[in-house]
Write a protein that binds this ligand. Sequence first.
Ligand SMILES: [Fe+2]
Length: 195
Amino acid sequence: MKSNTYAERSHVKMKEVLLSPKSSGPKIHYFMIRGGKNKTNITVLEPGKIGKEYIKTYGHYHIGKLEETYTILQGNGFVIMQERKKDRNGKPIDAEIKNFKAIKVKTGDKVFIPSGWGHLLVNTGKTWLVASDNSPVNFKGKKSVSMPGHADYKPFKKLHGAGYYVIEKNGKTAFQKNPNYSSVPKINPAPFKNY
Ligand SMILES: [Fe+2]
Protein backbone atom coordinates (compact mmCIF):
# COMPACT_ATOMS: atom_id res chain seq x y z
CA MET A 1 0.00 0.00 0.00
CA LYS A 2 1.23 3.45 -0.85
CA SER A 3 2.15 5.61 2.14
CA ASN A 4 -0.30 8.39 2.99
CA THR A 5 2.39 10.26 4.91
CA TYR A 6 3.83 11.80 1.74
CA ALA A 7 2.05 14.27 -0.53
CA GLU A 8 3.00 16.70 -3.25
CA ARG A 9 1.48 19.57 -5.23
CA SER A 10 2.00 19.46 -8.96
CA HIS A 11 2.33 22.31 -11.45
CA VAL A 12 -1.00 21.19 -12.95
CA LYS A 13 -2.76 21.58 -9.57
CA MET A 14 -0.98 24.85 -8.72
CA LYS A 15 -2.18 26.48 -11.97
CA GLU A 16 -5.46 27.11 -10.11
CA VAL A 17 -3.79 29.72 -7.87
CA LEU A 18 -0.98 31.13 -10.03
CA LEU A 19 -0.66 34.67 -11.35
CA SER A 20 0.41 33.23 -14.73
CA PRO A 21 -1.00 29.70 -15.10
CA LYS A 22 0.31 29.47 -18.65
CA SER A 23 3.95 29.93 -17.57
CA SER A 24 6.06 26.84 -17.15
CA GLY A 25 7.49 25.51 -13.91
CA PRO A 26 8.81 22.40 -12.16
CA LYS A 27 6.57 19.34 -12.31
CA ILE A 28 6.19 19.40 -8.51
CA HIS A 29 6.16 22.77 -6.72
CA TYR A 30 6.32 21.43 -3.17
CA PHE A 31 6.54 18.23 -1.15
CA MET A 32 4.93 17.38 2.20
CA ILE A 33 5.59 14.81 4.91
CA ARG A 34 2.58 14.65 7.19
CA GLY A 35 2.90 13.86 10.88
CA GLY A 36 0.06 15.88 12.40
CA LYS A 37 -0.02 17.89 15.63
CA ASN A 38 2.55 15.94 17.63
CA LYS A 39 4.98 14.70 15.01
CA THR A 40 4.52 17.89 12.90
CA ASN A 41 4.19 18.28 9.14
CA ILE A 42 7.14 19.19 6.91
CA THR A 43 6.77 21.23 3.72
CA VAL A 44 9.62 21.60 1.21
CA LEU A 45 9.25 24.21 -1.55
CA GLU A 46 11.27 24.38 -4.74
CA PRO A 47 13.12 27.67 -5.33
CA GLY A 48 12.32 29.60 -8.49
CA LYS A 49 9.50 31.42 -10.23
CA ILE A 50 6.52 30.67 -12.43
CA GLY A 51 6.61 33.63 -14.77
CA LYS A 52 7.50 36.43 -12.36
CA GLU A 53 5.77 34.86 -9.33
CA TYR A 54 7.83 33.03 -6.70
CA ILE A 55 6.98 29.41 -5.98
CA LYS A 56 4.47 29.11 -3.14
CA THR A 57 2.08 26.74 -1.40
CA TYR A 58 -1.58 26.62 -2.48
CA GLY A 59 -3.00 28.51 0.52
CA HIS A 60 -5.96 27.66 2.74
CA TYR A 61 -8.19 28.70 5.62
CA HIS A 62 -8.69 26.32 8.52
CA ILE A 63 -12.08 24.80 9.14
CA GLY A 64 -13.29 25.64 12.65
CA LYS A 65 -11.19 27.21 15.37
CA LEU A 66 -7.71 26.02 14.64
CA GLU A 67 -4.45 27.88 15.05
CA GLU A 68 -1.07 26.78 13.81
CA THR A 69 2.62 27.69 14.15
CA TYR A 70 5.11 27.53 11.30
CA THR A 71 8.82 27.09 12.02
CA ILE A 72 11.21 27.87 9.19
CA LEU A 73 13.86 25.12 9.18
CA GLN A 74 15.78 26.40 6.17
CA GLY A 75 15.62 29.12 3.58
CA ASN A 76 14.22 32.58 2.93
CA GLY A 77 10.72 33.62 2.03
CA PHE A 78 7.42 34.98 3.21
CA VAL A 79 4.50 33.75 5.24
CA ILE A 80 1.44 35.34 3.67
CA MET A 81 -1.56 35.76 5.95
CA GLN A 82 -4.97 37.27 5.29
CA GLU A 83 -8.18 37.75 7.24
CA ARG A 84 -11.56 38.13 5.54
CA LYS A 85 -14.26 40.67 6.32
CA LYS A 86 -17.50 39.22 7.65
CA ASP A 87 -21.09 39.86 6.67
CA ARG A 88 -23.91 40.73 9.13
CA ASN A 89 -24.33 37.07 10.02
CA GLY A 90 -20.63 36.59 10.74
CA LYS A 91 -20.00 34.66 7.53
CA PRO A 92 -16.64 35.44 5.91
CA ILE A 93 -16.67 37.27 2.56
CA ASP A 94 -14.01 35.57 0.45
CA ALA A 95 -13.21 38.48 -1.91
CA GLU A 96 -12.97 41.15 0.84
CA ILE A 97 -9.81 41.15 2.93
CA LYS A 98 -9.70 43.09 6.20
CA ASN A 99 -6.07 42.38 7.20
CA PHE A 100 -3.16 41.27 5.05
CA LYS A 101 0.36 40.43 6.24
CA ALA A 102 3.49 39.44 4.35
CA ILE A 103 5.96 38.31 7.01
CA LYS A 104 9.53 37.99 5.81
CA VAL A 105 11.05 34.81 7.22
CA LYS A 106 14.42 33.04 7.37
CA THR A 107 15.88 29.93 9.02
CA GLY A 108 14.80 29.66 12.66
CA ASP A 109 11.83 32.05 12.50
CA LYS A 110 8.45 31.07 13.93
CA VAL A 111 5.15 32.48 12.73
CA PHE A 112 1.86 32.05 14.58
CA ILE A 113 -1.25 31.76 12.40
CA PRO A 114 -4.34 32.77 14.36
CA SER A 115 -7.58 30.88 13.81
CA GLY A 116 -9.51 32.26 10.82
CA TRP A 117 -6.52 33.63 8.92
CA GLY A 118 -5.74 32.21 5.47
CA HIS A 119 -2.07 31.43 4.95
CA LEU A 120 0.58 30.23 2.53
CA LEU A 121 4.37 30.07 2.18
CA VAL A 122 6.46 31.70 -0.55
CA ASN A 123 10.06 30.77 -1.38
CA THR A 124 12.01 33.86 -2.48
CA GLY A 125 15.42 32.30 -1.75
CA LYS A 126 17.88 30.23 -3.73
CA THR A 127 17.53 26.99 -1.71
CA TRP A 128 14.64 24.77 -0.70
CA LEU A 129 12.35 26.56 1.74
CA VAL A 130 11.69 24.01 4.49
CA ALA A 131 9.02 24.60 7.13
CA SER A 132 7.39 22.55 9.86
CA ASP A 133 3.89 23.12 11.18
CA ASN A 134 1.76 21.58 13.88
CA SER A 135 -1.65 21.51 12.21
CA PRO A 136 -3.64 18.35 12.98
CA VAL A 137 -3.77 16.92 9.46
CA ASN A 138 -6.36 14.19 9.33
CA PHE A 139 -5.35 11.55 6.84
CA LYS A 140 -7.68 8.79 7.95
CA GLY A 141 -9.33 7.32 4.91
CA LYS A 142 -7.70 9.89 2.62
CA LYS A 143 -5.35 9.33 -0.23
CA SER A 144 -2.01 11.10 0.01
CA VAL A 145 -2.81 13.20 -3.05
CA SER A 146 -6.03 14.57 -1.58
CA MET A 147 -6.30 17.85 0.27
CA PRO A 148 -6.45 17.41 4.07
CA GLY A 149 -9.85 17.68 5.78
CA HIS A 150 -8.91 20.44 8.27
CA ALA A 151 -8.38 23.00 5.54
CA ASP A 152 -10.61 24.97 3.17
CA TYR A 153 -8.88 25.54 -0.18
CA LYS A 154 -11.93 26.74 -2.12
CA PRO A 155 -11.61 30.52 -1.57
CA PHE A 156 -8.02 30.43 -2.89
CA LYS A 157 -9.10 28.34 -5.87
CA LYS A 158 -12.04 30.61 -6.68
CA LEU A 159 -9.96 33.83 -6.43
CA HIS A 160 -6.80 32.32 -7.99
CA GLY A 161 -4.53 32.90 -5.02
CA ALA A 162 -4.21 35.32 -2.10
CA GLY A 163 -4.87 39.07 -2.11
CA TYR A 164 -1.34 39.77 -3.37
CA TYR A 165 1.08 37.73 -5.47
CA VAL A 166 4.77 37.80 -4.44
CA ILE A 167 6.75 38.60 -7.57
CA GLU A 168 10.18 39.68 -8.77
CA LYS A 169 10.15 43.18 -10.22
CA ASN A 170 13.34 44.87 -11.44
CA GLY A 171 15.42 42.36 -9.49
CA LYS A 172 13.54 42.94 -6.22
CA THR A 173 10.72 41.25 -4.33
CA ALA A 174 7.42 43.05 -4.87
CA PHE A 175 3.72 42.50 -4.28
CA GLN A 176 1.14 42.53 -7.05
CA LYS A 177 -2.53 42.91 -6.17
CA ASN A 178 -4.78 40.05 -7.21
CA PRO A 179 -7.54 41.69 -9.30
CA ASN A 180 -10.04 38.93 -8.43
CA TYR A 181 -10.46 40.41 -4.92
CA SER A 182 -12.89 43.32 -4.54
CA SER A 183 -10.99 44.80 -1.58
CA VAL A 184 -7.54 44.23 -0.13
CA PRO A 185 -5.70 46.62 2.23
CA LYS A 186 -2.75 48.59 0.84
CA ILE A 187 0.62 46.94 1.36
CA ASN A 188 3.74 48.93 2.12
CA PRO A 189 6.61 47.36 0.16
CA ALA A 190 9.28 49.48 1.87
CA PRO A 191 10.34 47.08 4.68
CA PHE A 192 10.85 44.15 2.35
CA LYS A 193 14.24 43.56 0.77
CA ASN A 194 15.32 41.10 -1.84
CA TYR A 195 17.72 38.32 -0.93
FE1 LIG B 1 -2.78 25.56 7.80
